[in-house]
Design a protein around this ligand. Structure first.
Ligand SMILES: *Cc1c(COP(=O)(O)O)cnc(C)c1O
Length: 367
């Protein structure tokens, strides 16, 4: 790594969070590592979760699942999104489970070589994204799939309002329970709880939890999970700018007096979006405002006092929690971290030490 802009991913904290979540729910853990583990590095996060006791990985697509297989992961993996029916053979040959989510999909998939393929029935209880809405259709799907030699290994639903509405979650849960009961099938995996539901809802029907964001210590409900992420850069230039000058594209900021302006090598192409203008970053324990427009690769900040070139600048971390940054940008932590682009080096902390950089893939035998 040559450019001093990096995201720190604390694998020790992630492992601790997996153990804490397991203690809270007492169920098997499905670690949701879709979208490159929310931008944190799927292989590294997966390994930390599996070592800490997670029993299945969940991803969003067949490409993401195949990436895990190509890295040597031989364990359970579930695709939560839609896979093309014609890719049935790829799924069965690689022992990858996928969501069976509509009668159309089921009727299409059995036209292909799908014997031995593993599916989890996706039940739509109110999210209206993918999944079966009618029990009658689920029963038909069950029979078609079993007849074709497909293995019905699980059933799941996804809650839409675990961060806001207990009532909605209750209603969705009852629908799910009704479907599970009606199907009367010995599903090995029954799961509905995402991170928030795992912590506050704790249902008695499911036997596994599907957690993503809480792996990183982010939850509206449990404050004693450990924050695992930080985004940092370093000051590359600092100068005094006289009153009445403007900063950056569009000249949107004018100095009021002589101001000390610093430059940091992070911009919107790193995922530090332009809406960050006017927000603060933290340098050596001092807060500095982002002044002028965020550029593609660089950003200017107004320093409250002189700072050494090379001083570490925190974008989010222990001084500015990711949740605070998300709130200030009117978004959610998921969006901020999954938008951090590939050119930002990921540094992994393990056993208290920074152990690896993102650009070196972990050896196959390690996972
Ligand atoms: C992303 C996702 C999850 C994980 O949600 P978190 O809120 O990050 O725990 C669980 N289930 C499904 C279907 C998802 O798409």
């Amino acid at each position: 790594m040559y450019r001093d802009t990096w995201m720190e991913v604390d694998l020790d904290a992630i492992a601790d969070n997996v153990r804490s979540i397991h203690q809270i729910c007492g169920k098997r853990i499905i670690a949701v590592i879709k979208a490159d583990a929310y931008g944190c590095g799927d292989i590294q996060v997966a390994k930390a979760c599996l070592d800490a006791g997670a029993e299945m990985l969940a991803v969003s697509s067949l490409d993401e699942a195949m990436m895990l297989r190509n890295e040597g992961y031989g364990g359970e993996v579930l695709i939560l999104g839609a896979v093309n029916p014609e890719d049935a053979l790829v799924l069965s040959e690689n022992g990858i489970s996928t969501a069976a989510f509509s009668l159309d999909w089921v009727k299409e998939v059995v036209k292909h070589d799908c014997s031995g393929m593993k599916v989890h029935l996706a039940v739509d209880t109110g999210m209206n994204r993918i999944g079966f809405r009618e029990i009658r259709e689920m029963e038909e799907a069950r029979d078609i799939l079993l007849h074709a030699g497909v293995k019905l290994t699980g059933i799941f639903t996804h809650f839409c309002c675990t961060d806001t509405s207990r009532e909605m979650t209750d209603r969705q849960y009852l629908k799910f329970a009704e479907a599970v009961k009606a199907l009367d099938y010995p599903f090995e995996w029954i799961h509905c709880d995402n991170s928030d539901a795992t912590i506050f809802f704790r249902d008695s029907l499911s036997n596994a939890c599907r957690v993503g964001i809480s792996l990183y210590g982010i939850s509206g409900f449990k404050k004693d999970l450990k924050p695992a992420l930080g985004l940092y850069t370093k000051l590359v230039m600092s100068k005094l700018v006289p009153a009445g000058e403007t900063i950056g594209y569009g000249a949107t900021y004018e100095t009021k007096t002589t101001e000390r302006i610093g430059t940091i090598p992070i911009g919107y192409a790193d995922g530090f979006i332009r809406a960050n203008q006017g927000r603060k970053v933290c340098i050596d324990g001092c807060y500095a405002e982002v002044v002028g427009r965020v550029c593609m690769d660089q950003t200017m900040i107004r320093l409250p006092e002189e700072k050494q070139i090379g001083s570490v600048v925190e974008i989010f971390g222990s001084h500015i929690p990711l949740e605070q940054m998300a709130a200030e940008l009117h978004t959610i932590p998921y969006e901020i971290i999954s938008l951090i682009s590939g050119r930002v080096t990921r540094l992994y902390r393990k056993n208290g030490k920074i152990s690896s950089e993102s650009n070196e893939r972990i050896l196959k035998s390690e996972i």
